[in-house]
Design a protein around this ligand. Structure first.
Ligand SMILES: [Zn+2]
Length: 598
């Protein structure tokens, strides 16, 4: 069995270098100049988007996101928050109470395509543009537009004067072309969460009152400088460039302290935090931990490919952006490390591996939760043997609540925010942890690295990930992707009976849940010695490598609800039979996994 697997590994590693030959993705390169009026909390700018249609399709319309329009009474985000039973407390009814000088807006004007004026209609957070001259396959075009906006009172992710007094958290602040892929346009209204955009290069100049320090996406020009250049006594220009990214965020505050720490290959970590005596110690202590986290992700996924990463105090919790994160900073040290670990991991599972997080939220939040939980466990030297236990407990509670929806549900379309959260983060983290039990830990580690190599700077979909895992492990995993992510089927196996006779012990198992899984059976004898057996799942057409001393049993075909096997009786008396001793299979009823022999 093991030899066979090794053979499969050696032939598949050759095929793995080739990405899907029919894959294509759009490109959008942005050049922006923006002037900020810090008295009125308003800004205006010019934007040019060099858009490359790499699709085989002729585009007859395009869409732009105008996210700040969500922060207005009566917006879809406002009404959704007022009508969902478990609204995010940060939003609640706060949008409905915004006064005209507190709302957010983003307006575009003078929109042109290759110099020709375009008509458009704004509906909420989306500008719909019907093109008179279509964009042909492989054509590159230039959009130009003027925009003006008002920075809303901080409600969610973006805004002015957050709860810790950071002046501006500028995320999803500019007119942004919507994502287009083989499923068409993704002009999702901004209702609550998750983003998806094409990769491109960004060149952004921000003019702001010279008392402000600006940190954000990209690298300050001239390359690697740490201060913007003063253009006159009232303005300072901060010029950032970022390559191969799909977003641009920044924050500004007059009281920011700015520290830099080197890591990796001549790269830098930047820290922007307020000159507040209550937090300075924690933010200094965070710096070597952040380097250790960076090292962990580079080792376990792949190299961090950008010149810098910035951890910026701002926003209202923690949120990932291109080459940076905005996090709230007045936290206990453990919490500061936890949020940094999580958001930094998103540099891989959201930014470099840029899944459409509105449709496949478990691939960014779940994978991030998985890797950041392990990273945090290692860098904080907690060495918990089962760090993801909380994710498993959360998932089991969600199943018991009856509120679970399939992970294929659009991130905005869950009935409860609670169900979204557990499904995306916990059930998404279990997807990987459980896969490690199904294909083996070594194959999982290799899968993550191959996934990075094959899909970095692209928009992988669920099937792209599982195909990498199949090729690395040599087992079939279509059943796993399908049941776990597109249904609410659950895994529930039970030990039905154990009979010890003179010559043999007969163990009968039963499948109670609809979702199958391979099983481990651990037998403990009265003298505390143990034996382990692996029961592969027939539709895997293979199994993970055996652990030392583990024995292989015949496979179990899903349609049979029961399975029995006999092993020779030893002189020892059998004490207990237990399924899934590693705890990594998310069997929803762990009580019936154990059979104590009286
Ligand atoms: Zn996250």
């Amino acid at each position: 069995m093991r030899l066979c697997l090794l053979y499969i590994l050696s032939i598949t590693s050759i095929c793995l270098a080739q990405p899907n030959p029919s894959y294509w993705q759009q490109q959008a390169d942005y050049t922006m100049e923006v002037k900020v009026d810090v008295e009125k909390h308003q800004y205006q700018g010019k934007e040019e988007i060099k858009y490359t249609n790499n699709s085989p399709d002729t585009l007859k319309k395009v869409f732009f996101h105008l996210y700040f329009n969500a922060f207005q009474p009566g917006s879809e985000m406002d009404i959704r928050s007022l009508s969902i039973r478990d609204a995010d407390k940060r939003v609640g009814d706060r949008i409905s109470k915004l006064k005209p000088n507190e709302i957010g807006y983003l307006e575009i004007d003078n929109l042109r395509l290759n110099g020709k004026k375009l008509n458009f209609e704004v509906k909420g957070t989306i500008a719909e543009v019907a093109l008179e001259e279509f964009i042909l396959p492989n054509q590159q075009v230039n959009f130009q537009l003027d925009f003006k906006g008002q920075i809303p009172k901080q409600i969610r992710r973006s805004g002015r004067n957050n709860s810790e007094g950071v002046a501006y958290s500028m995320t999803q602040w500019f007119p942004k072309i919507a994502g287009y892929d083989e499923r068409g346009w993704h002009a999702n209204p901004y209702i609550g969460r998750e983003f998806f955009s094409p990769f491109g290069n960004y060149d952004v100049k921000i003019d702001i009152d010279p008392s402000y320090i600006v940190g954000g996406t990209g690298v300050l020009q001239p390359f690697g400088s740490v201060q913007g250049s003063t253009t006159n006594e009232n303005k300072k220009t901060w010029h950032f460039k970022g390559e191969n990214i799909h977003d641009f965020a920044w924050a500004a505050d007059p009281d920011f302290i700015h520290d830099t720490v080197a890591f990796g290959d001549n790269q830098q970590l930047h820290f922007y935090y307020q000159n507040n005596p209550k937090i300075i110690d924690n933010w200094k202590k965070l710096q070597p931990v952040a380097v250790a986290l960076m090292n962990y992700y580079e080792t376990h996924i792949g190299p961090y490919p950008y010149p810098q990463y910035s951890i910026i105090q701002g926003g209202d919790g923690g949120m990932e952006y291109a080459m940076c994160t905005l996090i709230t900073g007045e936290r206990k040290f453990e919490s500061l490390v936890g949020v940094t670990a999580h958001e930094m991991a998103h540099a891989w599972f959201q930014h470099i591996l840029a899944t459409d997080e509105a449709n496949h939220e478990w691939m960014d939040e779940g994978f991030t939760t998985y890797i950041s939980t392990l990273a945090e466990n290692e860098v904080s030297k907690t060495f918990n043997t089962y760090p993801l236990e909380g994710s498993y407990n959360g998932y089991r509670q969600l199943v018991a609540s009856g509120a679970e929806q399939p992970q294929t549900t659009h991130a905005d379309r869950y009935k409860y925010n609670y169900a979204y959260g557990v499904s995306a983060y916990s059930k998404g983290a279990i997807f990987l942890s459980q896969l490690g039990e199904i294909i083996g830990q070594e194959a999982l580690s290799k899968t993550l690295k191959q996934y990075y190599n094959q899909w970095k700077f692209k928009h992988p979909k669920p099937n792209d990930f599982i195909r990498v895992a199949e090729k690395v492990s040599g087992v079939e995993l279509d059943w796993y992707l399908q049941d776990w992510t597109t249904t609410t089927n659950t895994i529930d196996y039970a030990v039905d009976s154990v009979t010890q006779e003179k010559k043999s012990i007969k163990i009968s198992l039963v499948r109670k849940g609809l979702m199958p899984a391979p099983l481990t059976v651990t037998i403990t004898y009265a003298d505390k010695s143990t034996e382990s057996y692996l029961i592969p799942l027939r539709i895997m057409r293979g199994s993970r490598p055996l652990q030392p001393k583990e024995k292989l049993l015949p496979d179990w075909a899903w349609a049979y609800p029961t399975y029995s096997f006999e092993i020779p009786t030893k002189k020892r008396k059998i004490k207990e039979v237990k399924l899934n001793a590693s705890g990594k299979i998310a069997d929803i009823d762990i009580k019936n996994d154990v059979f104590e022999v009286k």
